[in-house]
Design a protein around this ligand. Structure first.
Ligand code: GCU
Length: 415
């Protein structure tokens, strides 16, 4: 009996500590900076001064010298560069399903399988393409980097019907009403969410003989996800129901990071929307507020390239910060979204990044952000080529956010 009582007591203690551990999430780590007064002093690298110390004063110098230089730094030091495969990739497109009566005939859904192959193997990804039925001619589309599978019926139905209660639901009907199509690319088709082996996805097709892991400067997770969207864009260029000159890219959280990296690299994307992308997205590294480089590489070692690890605790030594990546999207419009309770994503740092990208927008004749102050809640900045809003609440895309994204996209992508 005594033994039984002790056993019950032991189980009870073990259970309580499991619960306590579950409640103690990464946001509660005692060393996380949330207080603005605790953000260290930092100096951002000047987006308009080259590595040789020369000030950039013309659009041509930006386009031919500084922008390529910055992109190469982000490729090699932060996200990882996409290597050339030893033997060229073959790419095949296949429409595997068509539903012309999608959403009570409001639109057409097509599932497109994209297969990549070479002598190292074969990998495919499935993208979903939704176009409105009542709009004439090639339509503009919003492409979304999705957390959720495009393969499973259940997942798809949940995501396509709910927008507010579920993070990352897709309010496709609203996009149809605004005259847009919607395209979904699934993040895990080419690489697993937190892959630490890189042996089963697309990487194997790119390894040189004898290689079995990406080199320190080569593509890790976010670069791979971004690559997937670029390949989806290749497909859209062949699809005459879509106006491929009016394609936006968006994503939330990790997918927001991927969206910024995609939009910066691939100038075919006419608009970029980052929803609460935070660390490695819109937020500035040097503020070390909320999630830091250290927190990120500890929990997700290969979202970034291995070279990025070298700057843990040394963010000041980075030759870039995230305002420079947003600047590389210029002159194309970009929209950044934060929320006050999403402190892990450092909304203030997201706004400042957008603000400090503004000199490049201005140099290219576009309208950036004029004030260093974050605008009040629910007061979206819609009139320029850098848009922004913050709202109350936490880490999700709410209906309010979707409406702003549609409004901003309409302004920039509708004729
Ligand atoms: C984690 C991670 C964030 C990321 C988020 C998400 O919280 O630390 O960087 O944005 O997951 O993708 O939802």
């Amino acid at each position: 009996m005594k033994h039984l009582t002790l056993l019950a007591l032991g189980l009870c203690i073990a259970f309580t500590s499991v619960i306590a551990e579950a409640k103690q999430s990464k946001e509660d780590d005692s060393d996380v900076i949330y207080d603005e007064d605790k953000v260290p002093h930092y100096d951002l690298p000047d987006v308009l001064v080259t590595s040789q110390g020369k000030r950039v004063t013309t659009a041509e110098e930006w386009n031919t010298v500084r922008r390529p230089e910055i992109m190469s730094l982000f490729s090699n030091l932060i996200y990882g560069r996409i290597p050339e495969p030893e033997s060229p990739l073959q790419v095949k497109y296949e429409v595997v399903k068509t539903d012309p009566e999608y959403m009570n005939r409001k639109g057409t859904r097509r599932d497109i399988k994209i297969t990549f192959s070479n002598d190292k193997g074969e990998v495919d990804m499935l993208i979903l393409v939704f176009t409105p039925n009542n709009v004439e001619g090639p339509v503009p589309v919003m492409m979304k980097h999705s957390f959720n599978s495009t393969h499973s019926k259940r997942d798809f139905e949940v995501r396509s019907r709910l927008s507010d209660r579920f993070r990352n639901g897709w309010p496709i009907g609203k996009w149809f009403d605004a005259g847009f199509g919607f395209v979904v690319v699934y993040q895990q088709d080419l690489v697993k969410h937190n892959d630490v082996e890189f042996s089963s996805g697309i990487h194997k097709l790119f390894y040189k003989t004898g290689q079995s892991f990406p080199k320190a400067h080569e593509w890790a997770n976010l670069s791979t996800v971004a690559w997937g969207a670029m390949r989806a864009m290749d497909y859209l260029e062949t699809d005459d129901t879509i106006d491929h000159t009016r394609v936006g890219i968006m994503g939330h959280s990790k997918m927001g990071k991927a969206a910024i990296w995609t939009g910066a690299q691939d100038e075919r994307f006419a608009l970029t929307i980052s929803a609460q992308s935070g660390c490695a997205g819109a937020a500035l590294w040097r503020r070390t507020s909320g999630e830091t480089l250290e927190k990120m590489v500890t929990r997700f070692p290969y979202w970034l390239s291995r070279n990025a690890w070298k700057f843990v605790g040394n963010e000041d030594d980075l030759p870039v910060d995230q305002h420079m990546l947003i600047a590389c999207i210029a002159p194309r419009p970009v929209y950044i979204h934060s929320a006050v309770d999403d402190t892990w994503a450092d909304g203030r740092g997201e706004y400042l990044s957008a603000y400090h990208a503004s000199p490049v927008y201005e140099l290219l004749g576009k309208k950036g952000l004029s004030s260093m102050d974050t605008p009040p809640l629910n007061s979206p900045i819609m009139d320029g080529d850098i848009g922004y809003h913050t709202r109350e609440g936490g880490h999700t895309i709410s209906d309010y956010d979707w409406d702003r994204f549609i409004e901003y996209s309409t302004k920039h992508l509708q004729k």
